[in-house]
Design a protein around this ligand. Structure first.
Ligand code: ATP
Ligand code: MG
Length: 332
């Protein structure tokens, strides 16, 4: 039997370069050798967007188009919508007994996000608990591997803890899933923030037009201490160079730019113009593939319907095992 992958994305916006290097690239690579499930996590998106369901609804299609654009193939990968698998909600309720409030609130990613979103004294309980729901996402498919960005490592760790607890209380039922980081664990935003994020307004989207891309690259954060092109500049941690390293296949050009930047012999404009060319070459085929699927609503719906139906079968089987293990399979 092939090993299984589960991963997913929140339909809170279109997908960006961070998603590509953090997770999408691995999914495209691994869909041939794994039984892969990819989830559009609308229930999780609602934990901090419950007041804006239209946004979540609209972005389901955008995320699906982004998947298809980068080469996730629905013939190889099962694409599903989280809310259409009620077994996940059911399993979440059982898992909530296996974690303490204190443990959930210690999750460093959740802590950061609570701060960022400014919840203050009105933290929705659903948001605080989303790592538990994520444990249900992963284990309802009994996944071995979870390709994610670095911010998701605490979620996989939380899942492993829940699995250990469940197995020790109720008998061996689940495998402990392992995270798989991408080539780039955490891509910085164009504003210099440590993470590019949909909800942070600092992203280059896979579907950005050439014009949008150009504008974003030209206003990217660089070395704030450098005022004139003749000032020696800092390359390390400078997002423009971080992106060059990742997305510019012309390594000689990158080395030359780095050398001249350090010596104060190249302006930001030239560095950014060359980055634009590299990124545009990277994004052009993705953009084109996306256009092929845009407007084909019937096909898109079919992909989601078939994926969700297959996922539901697997989830149903898992819940039978769970209920037997928990001794709540009263009437068979
Ligand atoms: P939101 O701001 O709504 O949380 P997001 O940009 O963080 O959106 P998610 O849908 O939460 O996107 O994340 C989907 C996947 O992409 C996760 O595995 C996450 O770790 C990964 N990911 C997101 N941003 C980055 C990034 N900047 N670098 C690497 N991986 C990332
Ligand atoms: Mg996120």
């Amino acid at each position: 039997m092939r090993k299984r992958i589960l991963t997913g994305d929140r339909p809170t916006g279109k997908m960006h370069l961070g998603h590509y290097v953090g997770s999408l690239k691995n999914r495209v690579k691994l869909q041939d050798s794994y039984d892969q499930f990819v989830m559009i996590a609308d229930v999780q998106a609602l934990t901090d967007n419950f007041d804006n369901p239209q946004k979540v609804r609209d972005n389901i299609k955008e995320v699906l188009l982004d998947y298809l654009a980068v080469g996730i193939d629905p013939k190889k990968t099962t694409i599903l919508i989280q809310s259409m698998i009620p077994e996940i909600a059911e399993l979440t309720v059982f898992y909530l007994n296996l974690v303490t409030l204190e443990r959930v609130l210690r999750n460093p990613t959740v802590k950061d996000e609570i701060k960022q979103k400014g919840f203050g004294q009105s933290l929705p309980a659903g948001f605080a608990m989303y790592p538990v729901s994520q444990a249900a996402d992963i284990t309802v498919f009994n996944a071995d591997l979870v390709p994610v960005g670095e911010d998701q490592l605490p979620m996989v760790e939380q899942t492993r803890e829940i699995v250990r607890k469940f197995n020790s209380l109720y008998g061996e039922t689940f495998v402990e899933p392992k995270p798989l980081l991408g080539d780039v664990k955490r891509l910085p935003g164009i504003d210099g923030n440590a993470k590019m994020g949909k909800s942070l307004g600092n992203a280059i989207y896979l579907s950005d037009s050439e014009d949008e891309l150009k504008k974003k690259v030209m206003r990217m954060y660089t070395d704030p201490t450098r005022i004139h092109p003749t000032d020696p500049g800092k390359v390390e941690g400078n997002p423009v160079f971080v992106y060059h390293e990742i997305f510019n296949p012309n390594k000689t050009e990158v080395e030359d730019l780095k050398m001249r930047y350090r010596e104060g012999k190249v302006g930001d404009i030239e560095v950014k113009e060359k980055l634009f060319v590299a990124l545009n070459a990277f994004l052009t085929p993705i953009r084109e593939k996306r256009h092929e699927f845009e407007g084909k609503d019937e096909l898109l719906n079919q992909i989601l319907t078939e994926g969700t139906a297959k996922a539901r079968e697997v989830a149903g089987e898992t819940m039978k095992k769970v209920k037997r293990a928990m001794k709540i399979d009263y009437i068979r």
